[in-house]
Design a protein around this ligand. Sequence first.
Ligand SMILES: [Fe+2]
Length: 251
Amino acid sequence: MVLGAGEFAVSYGDDQTEIWVTQMGSWANMNTAFIDRTHGIVAIVDPFDGKGWLKALADENLVPTHILLTHTHKDHTAGVKAIRNAHPDIEVWGHEESVSPSLLGRIFFRRTDFTHVWNHAPNEAVVWEAGSIHLTVIHSPGHSPGHVTFHGHGVYVAGDLLFTMRSGRVDLPGSDPAAQWRSLAMAKTVLESLPGDWRLIPGHRYDWIDGTTPDWVTIEQALKHNISLNAPDIDTFDALPFNRFDDELSA
Ligand SMILES: [Fe+2]
């Protein structure tokens, strides 16, 4: 399917969980929420349009309880302020390396005050739980410091580590191409361990192999066709044209 701006696709994971997926903004940022109505848990990943999220949740008598950030580029944190203003007690989670003081004030990063941080080493995994929501959080730096991915309940939320057909650029302040290569190797191992029919939700809805722009692909499709996941070595990966761009727009 191809979601309109701010349109929500709702599916159901295991247990009592609902998975909401939407795309928002001029760079087609993909947003995902893990919802457990029984325990009153609403965890939103990378909210772009805070007011849009608040309205959609309110329409369902839901209250956001957690914000989980893959990284702190502006287009992945744009909605945090509005949600936090409406719900000051909300928990905001991210990796501590994504708020390194040396990066604050740089144009691509938005100052984001986390209430809770992860601090695990690159390519290590920790579990995050709330109510019946159970996610594995993998520290996957390279596109940005402190980048993490989340997976559980039938979805792998890739942030800007992976898009459907390629991977995130590594030419921004704080980017590290060698770290990205290692994070991609870890991601491949993880994806190969997950059911092939789970969805890979990319950080942005960019082109797929057939020129369409699907909101997500299956893990099986990504493993088969994603160019970065199939690069044979770091030199081949590093030479891929989408690692570096002339523009400075799509962080
Ligand atoms: Fe980014």
